[in-house]
Ligand binder design. Structure first.
Ligand code: UVW
Length: 321
C-alpha cells in the first residue's frame, strides 16, 4: 500500500523524468539546429560547394559553346553604384612620372589607386562573410579566422576557378514581367522555370536568376533598388543547395528577397546558402542580355581576384554559348 512518503517519492521521480525528457528534447533540438557542421565536404574543408566542380564538368560545360557569343555578367563599378550600408568606391588616377619623361625614348605613364569596399557592385560572397550567431561555414567562430589585415581562412582568392555549366532561371519570362519587390522565388517557381526552359539543374552548376530588378530599378531609383527587391526565398535556397549547385546569382544586390519572408529575420537565405551549405552568392549579375537571347544554359567562367585575405570579391563572370 502506498504511504504518503512513497507517494511523494513517486511524484518527485515523475517530475525528474519530465524534466529529463524536456532536457533531452531541447538537446535534440539544439543538435538538429547545428547539424550543418561539420561540413559534408569534410571537417577541414574551406571551399564548400566548389568541391562539386570536376574536370568532367568543365569538359561537358565547354560543349555548350555553340556560337562563341560572350556575355559579361558584371556591372561597371563607379562612385554612383548603388551600395549596401556604408560601402563606397573611389578611384584616383594620376601621372606616374609627372616631372620628366623617362629615358631617351621619353616614357610617360599613368597609374590608378582604388579605395573601395569589395562588397559593392557585382560581387561574390565568400564563406567567411555570413555566420549564424558567430558560427560560420564548417562551424568556425569569427575570432578564429578574422584578423584586421585579412582572413586567415576562407579568403576569396583561395576559391578555385569556377568553370562549369551555368543555368539561367528566367523568372521574368515565367511570370510575364519584372517581379514585384518582395516577391519570393521558391521551389515551385524554380521547377516551373526548369520545366519551361527544359534546363534541369545538376550538381556543380551555377544558377543565375533573372528577376528584372537590375534593369528596372538600378539606374532609375538607386534608393528603392537597395530598399527592397524580388529574390530567392528560404525554401528555394534549400532546394538549390540540395541539388549541389556551386553558386547562386541574381540580377539584384542580395540574391534573396528583401524584406525577408519572415520580417523578423535578416538575410536568412545568405545563412542557408553560405553558412550552412558553402554555396557562393553572386550579386548584381547582369543577366538581362542572356534572357533576351533565351540563353538558358551556357559555359560559365569565373576566376577570383587574387586579393589575399579578402572576404568578398569584385567579379565579372563570363557566360559563353
Ligand atoms: C550583406 O552583407 C548582408 O549583404 P550582401 O552580402 O548582399 O552584400
Amino acid at each position: 500500500m502506498a504511504t504518503p512518503t512513497t507517494l511523494n517519492l513517486r511524484k518527485h521521480l515523475r517530475k525528474c523524468f519530465q524534466s529529463l525528457a524536456a532536457f533531452a528534447l531541447l538537446a535534440g533540438l539544439v543538435v538538429a539546429a547545428d547539424d550543418w557542421h561539420p561540413s559534408k565536404y569534410g571537417k577541414d574543408d574551406t571551399i564548400g560547394a566548389a568541391n562539386n566542380l570536376t574536370p568532367t564538368i568543365v569538359v561537358e560545360a565547354a560543349g555548350l559553346v555553340k556560337t562563341g557569343k560572350t556575355y559579361s555578367l558584371g556591372i561597371t563599378l563607379g562612385p554612383n553604384t548603388p551600395a549596401f550600408g556604408t560601402r563606397t568606391f573611389q578611384i584616383f588616377t594620376f601621372p606616374t612620372r609627372p616631372d620628366k619623361p623617362g629615358g631617351t625614348n621619353k616614357l610617360t605613364a599613368t597609374d590608378d589607386f582604388v579605395l573601395t569596399s569589395v562588397g559593392i557592385g557585382s560581387q561574390l560572397d565568400g564563406l567567411g562573410h555570413i555566420g549564424i550567431n558567430n558560427v560560420y561555414y564548417n562551424g568556425h567562430k569569427q575570432e578564429d579566422f578574422l584578423r584586421p589585415n585579412g582572413l586567415l581562412r576562407f579568403s576569396s582568392d583561395r576559391i578555385p576557378p569556377i568553370v562549369t555549366r551555368g543555368v539561367l532561371l528566367d523568372m521574368v519570362a515565367l511570370k510575364g514581367g519584372t517581379l514585384a519587390p518582395g516577391t519570393a522565388i521558391n521551389r515551385a517557381d524554380i521547377e516551373g522555370a526548369i520545366a519551361k526552359q527544359r534546363t534541369p539543374i545538376r550538381k556543380g552548376d551555377v544558377v543565375l536568376i533573372h528577376t528584372g530588378w537590375l534593369e528596372a530599378m538600378a539606374e532609375k531609383d538607386k534608393k528603392r533598388f537597395m530598399e527592397t527587391e524580388p529574390g530567392l526565398g528560404k525554401e528555394g535556397a534549400e532546394f538549390l543547395a540540395s541539388l549541389g549547385v556551386v553558386a547562386v546569382g541574381a540580377d539584384q544586390w542580395a540574391v534573396e528577397v528583401i524584406p525577408a519572408e519572415d520580417p523578423a529575420e535578416v538575410f536568412p537565405v545568405h545563412q542557408i546558402l553560405i553558412t550552412k551549405n558553402g554555396v557562393y552568392l553572386l550579386e548584381n549579375m547582369n543577366v538581362g542580355p542572356l534572357a533576351a537571347d533565351k540563353a538558358y544554359e551556357f559555359l560559365f567562367v569565373l576566376g577570383q581576384p587574387k586579393l589575399a585575405g579578402a572576404v568578398q570579391a569584385t567579379i565579372n563572370p563570363i557566360a559563353i554559348r
